[in-house]
Design a protein around this ligand. Sequence first.
Ligand code: CU
Length: 163
Amino acid sequence: MTLRQWTSSFLIAASMGLSLAQAHAGPAHVKAENGWVRASVPGQQATGAFVRLTAEESLRLVGVESPVAGVAEVHEMKMEGDVMRMRAIEGLDLPKGQAVELKPGGYHLMLQQLKSPVLKDSKVPLTLVFKDAKGETSRLSLELPARAMAPAGGHGGHAGHSH
Ligand SMILES: [Cu+2]
């Protein structure tokens, strides 16, 4: 092998190594299942999105973005006295390999300042933003179907709550 050949194979190997490293820092290593968005009616300002997330490494869900909403947040539902309230949280821990369910009545993604009604059977683009232990950000883009109600056994998560 000449020096020139050696150099070029070294460069190829180096660039392959680099692209592998970049791939790891790119899309989040999170499995998203059973995702859906609650369809809204005209005039409704906000709706919820729900999904089951399983992270391949311990991550924290720190945000959500969607072109259909002016503001999108990660929310939790909590009893305050005897009233169920929801509020934005800074992050939701996703322990490695453990499914975390975002569902009506529990943690959910809140889409606020809706730009137009979320029509039943339409697809809603959402991007989830995660941070790992080192503070590195990764993203997962999803298209979730809009449904009038939960796929099975759901109950009205947002009825009676306002923002
Ligand atoms: Cu909410």
